[in-house]
Design a protein around this ligand. Sequence first.
Ligand SMILES: Nc1nc2c(ncn2[C@@H]2O[C@H](COP(=O)(O)OP(=O)(O)OP(=O)(O)O)[C@@H](O)[C@H]2O)c(=O)[nH]1
Ligand SMILES: [Mg+2]
Length: 468
Amino acid sequence: MNSNISYENDTIAAIATASGDGGIAVIRISGEKSLTIIDQIFSKSGKDIEIENYEAHHLYHGHIIEEETGKMLDEVLCVVMKSPNSYTGEHMAEIHSHGGNLVPRKILDLLFKLGARPANPGEFTLRAFLNGKMDLAQAEAVTDVVNAQTEQGLKQAELQLEGALSSKINNYKSNLADILAEIEAQVDFPEEDIDSIAKERLISKTNELIENISILIKSYEEGRIIKNGVNTAILGKPNAGKSSLLNQLIMKDRAIVSPIPGTTRDFIEEMIDVRGIALKLIDTAGIRTTDDQIENIGVELAKKKAEEAELIIAVIDSSTELNNDDIAILEQIKNKKAIIVLNKSDIEPKISQNDLKPHIDSKILIVTSAKTGSGIEDLKNSIKELIMQNSSQTESSEIVLTELRHKLALERSVESLESFLTAIEINESPEFLALDLRVALDALGEITGEVTTEDILGRIFSKFCIGK
Ligand SMILES: Nc1nc2c(ncn2[C@@H]2O[C@H](COP(=O)(O)OP(=O)(O)OP(=O)(O)O)[C@@H](O)[C@H]2O)c(=O)[nH]1
Ligand SMILES: [Mg+2]
């Protein structure tokens, strides 16, 4: 067990499935008292067996009985898992009851009555980590699997859960530990300089390590996009076809479309998968100067969404003359990652691509018709191209960094390794050199969780759902 973290040994329970309509719900319990509590409410069908003699990971049919009243609550399946061979490493059980809101809730209440307490978000996985069933990077991946939005996001989360990131980090740690061991062997002979051959070797080993870690750090640009998706605002003057474009991209009639300028007032958000990238598309109110109070709120909101967005799709209506509203919008997004869409290509144009050129710098221009769908595939290609332009685009089987916490830890590790290189060049004492290396090693240990604090764990697991 992780030694510097306090560990509550009590028994926790939660409904692990999502609430609402559903055929089956799973209620989970973990901790010392799990089996004795289950024994008091679960009546197995057929031959009676002591709960201690249940076969682990084996589904038993039976009923949940309210002990006080003898009333049958539900017909269920029950599985027990015995410490240490369970997800949390503790005694565990799961009850598969009928779904809906009431039955699982009543079963959970029975568990609470008999001594279990409500599990905190992520507490089952926290226990799995504290009991050494998985390391911290793997535990973090559990919630990434649950929250994955795209195939690629899921793939990365699964890789991390299987330990692909951890094994990379462990590899760095082992190389670093070798260097540290050599330096520490010198600590007892502080008056002797490290011989020059050994010194060169240590420097070259450290450089190689820095290079490898830096490649992983670089992959965060791609990993961040894979995991979190990209906030994308659709901007343009009223009637440009923004809502029509949103509907085309998500392939359903989500936003109201009408020939009346100022149709969209509030913003509308939809997640879509564009060529493997999760986009959070935000359709906004048409931006123009207006006296209408409500429309104005929408316009301000649109501007705010534009500021927050990482990518802008600016829609220009090619069937009307370019006006000041268009130019103001193009001006506003000058320094942003943006694609310009010249829409309504199916009707007589009043604007040519050349008219737009002076206002859009080197931004990508795509001609579309949100009515017929022409140009939409080009738009999707350009979105992917633009978003991925700074990323290394690794093979999909290769692990990338998806977590800012990991990136920051790796950067700290590289910083200390660089400081070690500077120090060894000027023949600093071995004790001093070892210090830098230990800081670098600790930074790596934070990723896999050998070095951690309650605070770090609190922040990580509070993002989980209850029951996971
Ligand atoms: N011919 C043609 N009409 C289009 C196209 N795109 C949108 N329209 C029409 O233009 C009008 C405005 O479309 P919307 O999608 O509501 O425009 P909007 O930019 O969301 O407008 P606001 O919400 O008012 O800002 C509607 O009548 C659409 O049918 C297009 O590519 N070709
Ligand atoms: Mg609209």
